[in-house]
Write a protein that binds this ligand. Structure first.
Ligand code: MG
Length: 391
């Protein structure tokens, strides 16, 4: 029996790599739904190749282009977000791959869980912003959430066959990004192009900048908290520049398990798609002899302040991670557009955290409102005329 997939955000980096994985196993996986925000040409090309039942482009100005491009096919172009969400509920969808970028991933992911679907989650903001709500809905509906992020996939694989109560802590590994070992003075003048030059992983722009600022690891720590029901004190981050150990779990008898492999996103994607089985692949193999030295360092949370901010908001809980995430999205966008400096990113986030009122037990509409307010204050901080680039 083929597993039928709805891929949300199919034109992004994870979406494209998911389709690459599907290419290798045409009798195992079938694409039912493809969605994108803006990239209409690529979405149309994907839809012509994979012939899903349905396709959806979020930008309404691009909808006619998609309809035209798929006129000769039997792919139905959905006309609204409501229709797209309805399509997620359909019986023929077995798994929803949530590879949207940013806060926009939350709503469709929640709907997929409410429909009781297995969700393969690459969108970290869903867990960061509303992990409490998302895990509760999944529990209530008996829906499974599988991690696609390499670190969480590693932890998930280490936990196979283990009891939750025996977990002492998880050790999230981070490559350290392109600016590992640099100080704040150096970072004051780095460009977006330099920040986009990640040493090990090939990813989208937003996440690559987040790796350079260490926000990515902060978001992953919060994500791990919800995925694996951990206390913040049970999460440790260490720098591992070779990106071979994707994360580790320490158990209460003192034993540590690590999951290893080449830094190739297709591995955690395939693990999630095939779960609970493992499928034989022809991906390149990891050999320890090719990496004779695996090294580890303590992260520099004073230079990379985003990491401290993430741990602070994780401990605070409520809408704090939501505010941080939204301000970070705006700050990263501004950095990519050369409107702000690298070291300003944590300042912008701290400013938004100081401005948006704290809510300890937020509902979905509180998250939406906090997200909106945080974006507003982040923009205000970026546009402030008496505010230059910080050292
Ligand atoms: Mg990761």
């Amino acid at each position: 029996m083929q597993k039928k997939l709805a891929i949300l955000g199919s034109t992004g980096s994870i979406g494209r790599q998911t389709l690459e994985v599907v290419d290798g196993f045409p009798s195992t996986f079938k694409v039912e739904l493809l969605t994108a925000r803006n990239s209409v040409e690529l979405l149309a090309a994907q839809a012509r190749k994979y012939l899903p039942s349905k396709a959806y482009i979020a930008n309404p100005d691009k909808r006619d282009l998609l309809v035209d491009a798929l006129r000769e096919t039997r792919v139905q172009v959905l006309g609204s977000e409501e229709e797209m969400i309805e399509a997620l509920h359909e019986e023929k969808v077995d798994m929803v791959v949530s590879s949207l970028v940013g806060f926009a991933g939350l709503k469709p992911t929640l709907h997929a869980l409410e429909a009781g679907k297995t969700v393969a989650l690459a969108n970290k903001e869903t867990m960061v912003v509303a992990g409490d709500l998302v895990t509760r809905v999944a529990r209530e509906k008996g829906a499974i959430i599988l991690p696609i992020d390499s670190e969480h996939s590693a932890i998930f694989q280490c936990l196979a066959g283990e009891e939750e109560k025996t977990v002492e802590k998880v050790i999230l590994t981070a490559s350290g990004g392109p600016f590992r070992g640099r100080n704040r003075k150096f970072l004051a003048n780095v460009s977006a192009a330099e920040a986009l030059n990640h040493p090990n992983w090939k990813m989208g722009d937003k996440i690559t900048i987040d790796c350079a600022t260490m926000m990515n690891k902060g978001l992953e720590a919060i994500e791990a908290r919800w995925f694996f029901n951990l206390d913040p004190s049970q999460i440790e981050v260490i720098i591992h520049p070779q990106s071979i150990i994707h994360s580790m779990v320490q158990f209460h008898d003192g034993s540590v398990k690590a999951q290893m492999g080449l830094p190739d996103m297709r591995l955690p994607i395939l693990y999630a798609l095939a779960y609970p089985s493992r499928i034989k692949s022809s991906f390149p193999r990891y050999s320890p002899l090719d990496f004779p030295s695996l090294t580890f360092e303590k992260p520099d949370a004073d230079t990379f302040r985003n990491l401290s901010l993430a741990f602070e908001t994780m401990k605070k809980g409520g809408n704090a991670p939501c505010i941080m995430n939204a301000a970070n999205e705006i700050a990263v966008e501004a950095f990519l557009r050369k409107q702000t400096g690298f070291n300003d990113i944590p300042d912008i986030i701290a400013y938004a955290l100081g401005k948006v009122p704290f809510i300890s037990k937020p509902h979905l509409n509180d998250y939406t409102e906090s997200d909106r307010e945080a974006r507003h204050y982040a923009r205000e901080r970026i546009g402030s005329p008496d505010w230059g680039r910080s050292e």
